[in-house]
Design a protein around this ligand. Structure first.
Ligand SMILES: [Zn+2]
Length: 149
């Protein structure tokens, strides 16, 4: 990907259009659709408004920006050198919120999957990520079937 933005600037731009259809999200949707998976978007009625949901399997998927949501060990998750305190506070809030949302969804019986932006950074990566989700859905589906046997 060629652009002239630093990761922080790019993430900032991404976050501003958050809630709309971000590029990584579109990449994932394309792969999932091609794998024959059908999902719903931005379920406002659920905690944290997951980006994609598979209602039948009660799976909620979040596509997280690595910078804002602090992808552990990811080189996009840098900490700005100026206003560091401000940023750290902001990041802490985001991370705490994500954890709370995941707990709330799990309490409602949902399985929560987080897909990181960097896992969708190329067509190849998006494909691999989509296939990983596909497998999780399959094993979840089997669990649901055997639970009702
Ligand atoms: Zn990342």
């Amino acid at each position: 990907m060629t652009d002239f933005l630093s990761p922080a600037e790019r993430s900032d731009r991404m976050s501003r259009i958050r809630g709309k259809d971000t590029q990584p999200e579109l990449a994932l949707r394309k792969v999932l659709h091609r794998l024959g998976l059908r999902y719903r978007l931005h379920r406002a009625g659920l905690p944290g408004k997951p980006d994609l949901v598979f209602p039948r399997y009660r799976i909620a998927v979040f596509v997280h920006g690595c910078f804002w949501h602090r992808h552990d060990g990811c080189n996009v998750a840098t900490t700005p050198k100026s206003n560091t305190h401000f940023w750290l506070e902001k990041f802490d809030k985001n991370v705490a919120r994500d954890a709370r949302v995941a707990t709330d969804l799990q309490a409602l019986g949902w399985m929560v999957l987080v897909v990181w932006e960097c896992e969708l950074a190329s067509a190849k990566k998006a494909q691999e990520t989509g296939e990983r989700i596909y497998k999780m859905i399959q094993s979840r589906a089997q669990g649901i079937v055997s639970a009702t046997d």
